[in-house]
Ligand binder design. Structure first.
Ligand SMILES: [Fe+2]
Length: 346
């Protein structure tokens, strides 16, 4: 139900009565007051939509009263009733006080109706506007909450998905690993050493972890190499060696094309490249070899030397360190090797 509460304020009882009578058959709930003070009491107690006040009243003029109304209840639509002769004098005050309209005495019945209809329509419009503003604000708040929730849900799901894909590939990497290292610990050591070098190099922890995880997959391509070649005790034939070298390219292929595995693919393909360009499969030289692959290649060789394989016993740490030192600038990036040795010798 729209608000149709109308307050009439006039110190002259006859005027109030006359207005009341004329509006009797209209839809308004009429409140009446005989002074500004009384009018203010009524707007305090009732939800008034439109106030129509006489201008010429003792103590508080109509304009003064309506200014108080505006201050206390700005949503109420304000009308002034003024003698025709004093309109000129009042017009400035009307404009200053943001009064919606005025009715001059004596008024016509049609004029009164039209003024009140417009006033209540304006009141409805402002009320609807306010309601829509509040609704929009609430909806914006809700949208914000939904967005925040959605954002964290997407992040959570993405990370779950990445974990799941990671786990799949890691299982495959471990399966490949199991073909020539029964303990399955080789890849874990490579991961730790690679991460340590990354951190010592100054990479952020998240980047170091990413390279560490990617390093686990460096030999995933060995899944393609037959056991009889992987575990052969004697030297490999040329054909066997070709198959063996292919594990780098096979690994890169297994790791697909997703951006997520870019680092893992670089490591898989290039961890047998050498600083001097004599490695495989591409013969890359120096810094042309991807950074992560340069790190993994050091960790891979060191770990192979210090642990037993079917074709060789484990070397003591000191002997392995001495051996890889001789390979600085031949097989390994000298700066990264220095970092690696500073960690190992500690
Ligand atoms: Fe390898």
């Amino acid at each position: 139900m729209p608000n149709r509460n109308l307050l009439i304020v006039d110190d002259e009882q006859n005027i109030v009565k006359s207005l009341h009578r004329q509006l009797r058959k209209k839809e308004y709930n009429i409140f009446t007051a005989y002074s500004g003070k009384e009018g203010l009491d009524i707007i305090k107690q009732h939800d008034i939509g439109v106030v129509m006040s006489d201008q010429m009243m003792p103590e508080m003029s109509g304009i003064q009263f309506l200014e108080q109304v505006k201050k206390k209840k700005p949503d109420i639509i304000r009308l002034i009733l003024t003698g025709y002769a004093s309109i000129e004098n009042t017009i400035d005050a009307i404009n200053r006080s943001h009064i919606f309209g005025f009715l001059s005495k004596p008024w016509s019945f049609e004029g009164l109706n039209a003024t009140l209809t417009r006033a209540f329509e304006h009141f409805d419009l402002l009320a609807e506007n306010k309601r829509l503003h509040i609704l929009t604000d609430q909806q914006n708040q809700q949208l914000k909450i939904i967005n925040t929730n959605l954002d964290s849900l997407v992040k959570e799901r993405t990370s779950q998905l990445e974990d799941a894909i990671n786990e799949g590939i890691i299982v495959l990497a471990l399966a490949a690993e199991a073909k020539d290292d029964d303990t399955g610990q080789h890849v874990n050591r490579i991961r730790r050493m690679s991460e340590d070098v990354c951190l010592r190099y100054g990479l952020p922890a998240a980047k170091a972890e990413e390279i560490g995880i990617a390093s686990i997959m460096h030999d995933v391509g060995k899944i393609h190499v037959p056991d009889k070649i992987l575990k052969k005790r004697g030297p490999l034939t040329e054909k066997e060696w070709r198959i063996m070298k292919y594990h780098t390219i096979a690994g890169e292929k297994i790791l697909g094309t997703r951006p997520f595995y870019k680092t893992a693919r670089e490591i898989a393909r290039s961890h047998h490249e050498r600083w001097d360009g004599a490695g495989y499969p591409d013969g890359l030289k120096g810094k042309k070899i991807p950074f992560a692959a340069r790190i993994v290649s050091i960790a891979d060789v060191y770990d192979a030397l210090t642990h037993a394989r079917v074709y060789k016993p484990a070397w003591p740490k000191e002997k392995a360190i001495a051996e890889i030192k001789t390979l600085s600038e031949k097989a390994f990036d000298p700066n990264l090797l220095e970092l690696f040795l500073s960690i190992m010798e500690k």
